[in-house]
Design a binder for this molecule. Structure first.
Ligand code: PBG
Length: 331
């Protein structure tokens, strides 16, 4: 490959100026790639900062629309909502999830009324509603019961659809729940309510700050390893995705994000369906703490990690950095 003593191909020519790098960039991050998770608290006109997630707050329903407006103005297409259910409403069976006037449903309506152009994605799982912090109904031994839980999840998805959510996102990892939810949505006339399945969700140490945010941290007995995936497994993730697609999922998600980028890439390549990654709370906290400690420049860390998901083949990313990232991209 050399002519005389010089290389005929100099890869660095393509990196020699900003315009050249811009022209040759294979992937780009755009605000429309971002889904912004928001936490909701009870009460009026409150903002509750979340200690474990520096820079992230819970917002009361009356202040949520203003956040949605900021997101829409920055070009973010969709929000993901998570309620911090008041303690007195948490029960063993998580029945508050079925209350059509619960925090989640009120939040959906408030956003749809005030900012109808932004999409709303809602989590389907019982952990913000149960006294034990598990995603489903537990038996006497603490085992999460699959089919009994699925029945409640179907009801939960229906009240969210009735409140006007655009996408239901089952994050519970019960078997068969996507089919059950799809069929109930069809029968209920919600034919355009989409399903984003948390298809490959791993039992991860990166969810800690989220559990504080939704108030399930101190409650959780044991771990979630009998339903969330073992981080040792890759082929199993492909089986999970195949099942959720066969059951009617419109889009799939891999979670967490960066530590599972190999899974994001494998799913995107294998199935050619809209594949999302969730850059979870522990990843957010890692970036914030690293930047605060001077280990890296915050804005650059945010944009580099988010672009990595696009490079891996993701259609988009759920990230607590969405608003900051969108504003950085917009300049
Ligand atoms: C609950 C749920 C979790 C997350 C999203 N939905 C936590 C868990 O499974 O324990 C984690 C998100 C994050 O850490 O940012 N079903």
């Amino acid at each position: 490959m050399t002519q005389g003593s010089f290389p005929a191909v100099r890869m660095r020519r393509g990196r020699s100026s900003p315009w050249m790098r811009a022209m040759l960039a294979e992937h780009r991050l755009h605000p429309s790639d971002l889904i912004w998770p928001l936490f909701i608290c009870d009460g009026r006109s409150c903002e509750e900062p979340i200690g474990a997630l520096p820079g992230v707050s819970r917002w009361s329903v009356d202040r949520l629309a203003a956040q949605a407006r900021l997101a829409a103005d920055a070009g973010i297409p969709c929000l993901a909502l998570f309620p911090n259910t008041p303690n007195e409403l948490r029960t063993d069976d998580g029945r508050e999830a079925l209350n059509p006037d619960n925090l989640m449903c009120r939040a959906i309506k408030a956003i749809k009324d005030a900012v109808p152009e932004i999409g709303v994605l809602t989590d389907v799982a019982l952990d913000p509603y149960t006294s034990h912090g598990h995603d489903g109904i537990v038996d006497a031994k603490g085992y999460v019961l699959n089919d009994e839980t699925t029945e409640v999840l179907v009801g939960q998805a229906l009240v969210q659809a009735e409140a006007g959510t655009d996408i239901v996102a089952p994050s519970d990892m019960m078997d068969g729940r996507v089919a059950a939810i799809r069929s109930a949505l069809e029968q209920g006339g919600h034919i355009n309510t989409a399903i984003m399945a948390y298809a490959a969700k791993y039992a991860s140490a990166f969810y800690g700050p989220f559990r504080e945010a939704v108030g399930s941290l101190g409650r959780l007995k044991g771990d979630k390893k009998t339903y969330q995936m073992d981080s040792a497994n890759r082929d199993e993730a492909l089986r999970e995705v195949a099942l959720d697609l066969a059951e009617g999922a419109d889009m799939v998600m891999v979670k967490p994000g960066l530590p599972y980028l190999d899974i994001v890439a494998a799913v995107a390549r294998e199935f050619r369906v809209p594949t999302f990654a969730y850059q979870v709370s522990g990843e957010y906290a890692m970036i914030e703490h690293a930047a605060a400690a001077g280990a890296g420049e915050r804005d650059a860390l945010i944009l580099e990690t988010l672009l990595a998901f696009k490079r891996a083949g993701a259609a988009g990313v759920l990230t607590y950095h969405a608003l900051d990232a969108a504003r950085l991209i917009n300049g």
